[in-house]
Ligand binder design. Structure first.
Ligand SMILES: *Cc1c(COP(=O)(O)O)cnc(C)c1O
Length: 427
């Protein structure tokens, strides 16, 4: 599972020419290490696969996967736009230099001030409910809107990551969509998109095709009934990456070829014009571009288990605890050694659920060893917390043998930030 630009240099894990052990000595653990090269490779592989089959393709990076501003800048320089799901992500994306017109804001359970913020910043709003469009049009008529359709074709690696089923909170049904577009058009909106996002961690193209079919049929209905010609059709994100050694990568050429072929054919059949095809990948672009380094604090043998207690917990990386996700791990300073024992890799939190891996076969571990948790770039740092009053880790960016800190490790002062003692509690 160690893939380029990671390599085994005399039993030590390197990432794009930089020793992970050296990074740990310099910056401590836990430590997120991001490879710029890998992000660029992932972007280009995906973009090229689609662009050579459909020139009007646009990739919006789904910022919630990893909101580090250096990551945003890397993707901006590749030509990506942004899929933002909160005002905070709009803010960071603008700070990173994206133009408002390059940001699509897809909220859910959107409040009045969030609508105002998005309107004021001039980003494109992707509507998630009838209530949202009503509130928005009372404030202002933007030039462009899009509507998130619930195509009722869900897919994903976990129940919590499926976002388009009958019971899903996301998007609207076709009838509601017609009402929304009608209201928007009457209010003077001139430019339209249509959107779906069916889930996350999807390794097959079939659910995308099924859902695209429904989306395009809805687009046709809207076109027929309201005379709206869509300028963009957004198929969302959700392309998965392998986390387990036995899992295969999505063959992106095959994926793009099947999806684009279907899309082109259907757009032509339904006479939908020449819309741009938008995609919103998060995980695919950043997951395998980052590792989490964590030190073994304690080896504890009980009559039942062998525990390796490390300094990263679900405060640092929540995916194993939240979704039961598998993250492959290697011992960064023992790459030459053979697997020998099964460990439960557990974190420092006072929670029984603070488990990063169970029964993980690894070389004999000693205290002080450094584990590299792979594929930690998506929904890693961005889902971290200060739970148990543990400051968040640092993030390092590496590129071609260079490395730099791109987010400082939090301190105890960060735990107190904004806290105040109530006046009546002051002595
Ligand atoms: C989370 C999200 C994505 C990205 O999902 P990935 O699985 O990371 O590709 C795209 N679009 C929307 C609206 C999202 O909420």
């Amino acid at each position: 599972m160690i893939k380029t630009p990671m390599e085994n240099v005399n039993g030590e894990l390197y990432i794009d020419g930089v020793s992970t052990i050296k990074l740990v000595e310099e910056y401590g653990t836990p430590l997120y290490v991001i490879s710029e090269k890998r992000i660029r490779e992932n972007y280009r592989r995906l973009f090229d696969a689609f662009q050579k089959r459909y020139t009007k393709v646009r990739i919006l990076y789904s910022a919630k996967a990893n909101t580090n501003i250096s990551v945003l800048k890397i993707l901006k320089s590749e030509g990506a736009w942004i899929d933002a799901v909160s005002p905070g992500e709009i803010y960071i994306s603008l700070e990173a230099g994206f133009l408002p017109s390059q940001i699509l804001y897809t909220g859910t359970s959107v409040s009045e001030w969030e609508i105002e913020y998005a309107l004021e910043k001039g980003v494109t709003i992707n509507i998630d409910s009838l209530s949202q469009i009503k509130k928005m049009l009372k404030k202002k008529t933007p030039s462009t809107i899009s509507v998130r359709i619930n195509t009722e074709v869900g897919a994903g690696h976990h129940e919590y990551t499926i976002t388009a089923t009958k019971a899903s909170k996301f998007g609207v049904d076709e009838k509601t969509a017609l009402k929304i577009y009608d209201m928007a058009k009457k209010a003077g909106v001139r430019n339209f998109g249509i959107h779906m996002h069916i889930g996350s961690g999807i390794m097959e193209v079939t659910p995308f095709i099924k859902s695209t079919e429904k989306l395009l049929e809805t687009a046709k209905k809207v076109q027929e009934e309201l005379g709206i010609i869509f300028s963009f059709i957004d198929l969302g994100g959700g392309i998965g990456v392998p986390y387990k050694p036995e899992e295969k990568e999505v063959d992106i050429e095959d994926f793009a070829s099947k999806l684009v072929e279907f899309f082109k054919g259907k757009v032509e059949d339904l006479s939908l014009g020449q819309p741009e095809l938008w995609l919103e990948p998060g995980r695919y672009l950043v997951a395998d571009a980052c590792i989490l380094l964590t030190k073994v604090n304690v080896i504890k043998r009980t009559p039942y288990r062998i525990f390796a207690g490390v300094d990263a917990g679900f405060n640092t990386l929540i995916r194993p605890a939240m979704y039961g996700s598998y993250h492959h791990m290697v011992v960064a300073n023992k790459l030459k050694e053979e697997p020998a024992e099964k460990y439960d890799i557990v974190g420092p939190l006072c929670e029984s659920g603070d488990i990063l891996a169970k029964d993980r076969l690894l070389p004999i571990l000693s205290e002080g060893d450094v584990l590299a948790i792979l594929n930690a770039g998506a929904y890693g740092y961005s889902m971290s917390s200060q739970y148990n009053s543990r400051p968040r880790p640092a993030e390092i960016l590496v590129m071609n043998g260079r490395y730099e800190i791109v987010r400082e490790r939090e301190t105890f002062q960060d735990l107190m930030r904004g806290q105040r003692v109530a006046s009546w509690l002051k002595a």
